[in-house]
Design a protein around this ligand. Structure first.
Ligand SMILES: [Zn+2]
Length: 372
């Protein structure tokens, strides 16, 4: 079978490889599932791995098959799989509990404290940019046919669902918390999915990006789902509270770290700020009103939390939000799937889109590995 791989840590090494089709005999507990891949999404993580920034090959291999945003159909199940059958649509989770931390041992590997981690398509396990993969049924989430068309977006959504679950868990400290307004910083595909998830929870949502409003498809999408869009070039985030009031929840996914200090100043009393950008650079900022921020957090019982990765329960939460969104705003999620590339052999097209976001105006680029 064909697969798209990189030589980890080697710049621009993406290439096509030929591999054996995986077999269920490797799953000694009979819980193996063979999945034919239908679609695989591509994102900045794939671009960064292809740029040689990170990524680790599985033991015994000098290459790593890419791909973590997946959608497929069950082809065959092992003798002890009762929860899935051939023909079912599935999305697989990404991180596996193979580390030594206590969190791996209790199945919450998204909280691992190990330095080495195991993630399909990213670190130490081959990914989903292949014609088939085999996986334990324990890591497969069943997808209702009604959301099959947009299910390739579930993995990116799962990260957001985890962030929102973290926030609601933390806010249980308050006994009563009735959040009404939220700000989402960043309006790329992660920002759009965050706005969607918050709208499904009934929030009044305000999205902020750097792109001017005129002609910006992502802003059209925000407004179509009942949110607002403002370009921070025209309305600074800290000034936005004069227009919209302070926010009960702020979700940061811009990748521009200095904005978090502005975000802290826009939180309502008892509010929570969720940080979800992985900022690997060296950026620094010193324009921070530290007395003001510190006092706001102390006197207003505000909270801030970082979040990464997701577990099975967060994928399951995402399935529900997708189903609700398709019912409330039919076709809205499908508008995020802007760039389809048919066939794994056309991987160069996907990476050209990832490398030149401004040229393509892509929200989500993905492989259609096989029609369905
Ligand atoms: Zn991704």
């Amino acid at each position: 079978m064909k697969a798209v791989a990189v030589i980890p840590k080697k710049e621009k090494s993406v290439h096509l490889v030929e591999m054996d089709k995986p077999e269920l005999g490797d799953f000694k507990d009979g819980r193996g599932v063979l999945v034919e891949v239908l679609r695989v999404g591509a994102c900045g993580t794939d671009r960064e791995i292809n740029n040689g920034e990170y990524g680790v090959a599985p033991r015994g291999f000098d290459f790593l098959v890419l791909g973590h945003e997946n959608f497929g159909r069950v082809a065959e199940v092992g003798p002890n799989v009762k929860d899935l059958k051939a023909g079912d649509f599935v999305v697989a989770t990404v991180r596996r509990p193979r580390g030594s931390s206590i969190y791996d041992k209790i199945g919450t590997q998204d909280f691992t404290t190990d330095e080495k981690y195991y993630e399909r398509g990213i670190s130490r396990i081959h990914g989903y940019m292949a014609e088939y993969y085999a996986e334990s049924a324990d890591f497969l989430v069943k997808i209702p046919p009604a959301i099959a068309e947009i299910a390739v977006l579930l993995e990116p959504l799962s990260i957001i669902e985890k962030g929102l679950k973290q926030a609601s868990d933390i806010q249980e400290r308050l006994k009563i918390w009735q959040p009404k307004t939220a700000a989402v910083l960043g309006t790329g595909n992660v920002g759009l999915l965050t706005v969607m998830a918050l709208r499904m929870r009934g929030y009044e949502v305000h999205g902020f990006g750097r792109t001017p409003r005129a002609g910006y498809l992502n802003a059209d999408l925000l407004e179509a789902i009942g949110a607002t869009y403002d370009s921070t070039a025209e309305l600074a985030l800290t000034d936005s509270v004069a227009k919209y009031g302070q926010y009960d929840l702020v979700f940061e996914c811009t990748g521009f770290s200095p904005i978090i200090f502005d975000a802290m100043q826009t939180l309502n009393e008892n509010g929570i700020l969720i940080l979800a950008s992985v900022t690997g650079g060296e950026r620094r900022t010193d324009a921070v009103p530290s007395d003001k921020i510190n006092q706001m957090f102390v006197l207003g019982n505000r909270a801030m939390v970082g979040t990464v990765n997701a577990n099975r329960e967060h994928f399951e939460m995402g399935v529900k939000d997708f189903a609700l969104c398709e019912a409330m705003y039919p076709g809205w999620l499908g508008r995020m799937l802007t760039h389809k590339v048919s066939g794994l052999e056309n991987y160069a097209e996907i990476f050209d889109i990832l490398d030149n976001p401004a040229k393509y105006n892509a929200i989500k680029a993905y492989f259609e590995v096989r029609g369905f």
